[in-house]
Structure formats: C-alpha cells, structure tokens
Design a binder for this molecule. Structure first.
Ligand code: PGA
Length: 250
C-alpha cells in the first residue's frame, strides 16, 4: 500500500507570515491524518521553514536545483546548498521550467542525478501540452519524459524518486484532468515503470497528480486507485484550502 503524499508548490509566492499561518492551519490535522506533507517554498524561505516544522511530520523541499554542485553559475542553487538549508525534496522538470527556461530532458536528468547523490528526493514532473493531447500524442510524450528522467538509474535511486503527472493544460488554468483521465495516465506511467525499472519500482513509486487540484476536487482525484497524492500550486497558498486537500489524502 503506497502512502499518500501531498506536496505544496508555492512557486514564486509566499512570505514568512504564510509559513506561520500555514503551519497553524495544518497542525490540528497532522495528528489525524496519515498522509505525508511536503512544502516547497521559494529557496529564501527554506531554512526558516525547516526550523518551523521541527518536531512535525511535514518535510520541506525546493522547486529547482542546478545540475552542477558548485561554480560560476550566478543566481543558481546547487544540491549541497539546498541540503545545507534542510531540503529533503526538490522538484525537477516542472513544465514552467521546461517551457519558460528552456530546460531539456538532459539537463533535468543531470539535476535528478545530482539530487540523488546529495540525499535529496526528486519529484520528477512530466506532462503533455493541450496540443499534444488533442493530437493523440499525450501518452507517447509522457512515456518519453519518464524514460529520459528515470531509466538507467540504480534501483535504489529510482525508489527515492516520485513522479508527478501534470498535464500542462491543467496547470493554473482551473481546468483539471477528469479523475478518469488522470487515473488512466497514471496507469500507463506505472506500466512503463515496470519495463524501464522493475515491478518493485512500479509497485512502490508514488505517482502524484498536479494541475488545478483544489479543496473541491481533491477527494475524487485522490480516491482514484493509481493516484498516490497531489502536487498543488495555487491552492497550496490558501490556509483554508490546503489543509482540506491534506485531509482528502487521508
Ligand atoms: P496549480 O499548479 O495547482 O496551480 O495548477 C500545479 C503545479 O504547477 O505544480
């Protein structure tokens, strides 16, 4: 049985006040729920969040990393630097980074490998554009991204990764994939994991859904057999909505 994981991607938002308010809103719930919670704030809040969650079940992570471990890369953050701030997780391959910052599958793979070498668990995002879905290429696109992201890694490393299926047309648009569309893509991803990794990896890896998850649709999405959690953007900044999504993961 895979545990549910609810991850909050704050993107380029948040504040010191939100850290306090969100932890206050989550704390009564954490004793009652068994699902794992990860908050991924902008890097500048990592260390403060790490201190604030001490003694709770919440974990923290970053939204991006460079594939190199140090050097003249002005403005970038390396895995050892994230580790020094307490990051346990890091998103890689988010569609906003792929599209707005032209990140390639090769660069993303480099980031994943660096994170794994530094004990940080990657959340690998994959997903198709609306055009790709409408032309019927969505399965092929997602399977290719998955393969480039994970094939050839050591089994132990693969087991440290989480996949987030995020159809690009559903991110920040209020248009969620139907539970059936999401579940069916998750099934395809899991089947592919069997051939590119092993049946153990396919069975154990958490596959999250992301794209306009909110307090209203979380229950239905999270009750699908293949959906092991959610990567939440907009609603993860709301102190009323996010705890409800966490509760739905129970
Ligand atoms: P959204 O973002 O929940 O605002 O659609 C999800 C994501 O980009 O991870």
């Amino acid at each position: 049985m895979r545990a549910k994981l609810i991850a909050a991607n704050w993107k380029m938002n948040g504040s010191f006040a939100l850290i306090d308010e969100m932890l206050k809103a989550l704390s009564p719930l954490l004793e009652k729920t068994s699902c794992d919670v990860v908050i991924l704030p902008p890097d500048v809040f990592l260390f403060s969040l790490k201190k604030a969650i001490e003694g709770t079940r919440i974990e923290v992570g970053a939204q991006n990393v460079h594939s190199e471990t140090s050097g003249a890369f002005t403005g970038e953050t390396s895995a050892p630097l994230l580790q020094a701030c307490g990051a346990q997780w890091c998103i890689v391959g988010h569609s906003e980074r792929r599209m707005l910052f032209s990140e390639t599958d090769e660069f993303i793979r480099g980031k994943t490998e660096t994170l794994l070498r530094h004990g940080i668990r990657p959340i690998l995002c994959i997903g198709e554009t609306l055009e790709q879905r409408e032309s019927g290429n969505h399965e092929e696109v997602v399977v290719a991204q998955l393969g480039k992201g994970l094939s050839g890694l050591a089994a132990d490393d693969q087991l440290r990764c989480v996949v987030a299926y995020e159809p690009i047309w559903a991110i920040g648009t209020g248009k969620t994939a139907t539970p059936e569309q999401a579940n069916s893509m998750h099934r395809i991803i899991r089947k592919e994991l069997e051939s590119l990794a092993s049946s153990e990896v396919a069975d154990k890896m958490q596959i999250l859904y992301g794209g306009s998850v909110n307090a209203e649709n979380a229950d239905t999405l999270l009750s699908q057999s293949e959906i092991d959690g959610a990567l939440v953007g907009g609603a993860s900044l709301k102190t009323d909505a996010f705890p409800q999504i966490v509760a739905a993961g129970n």
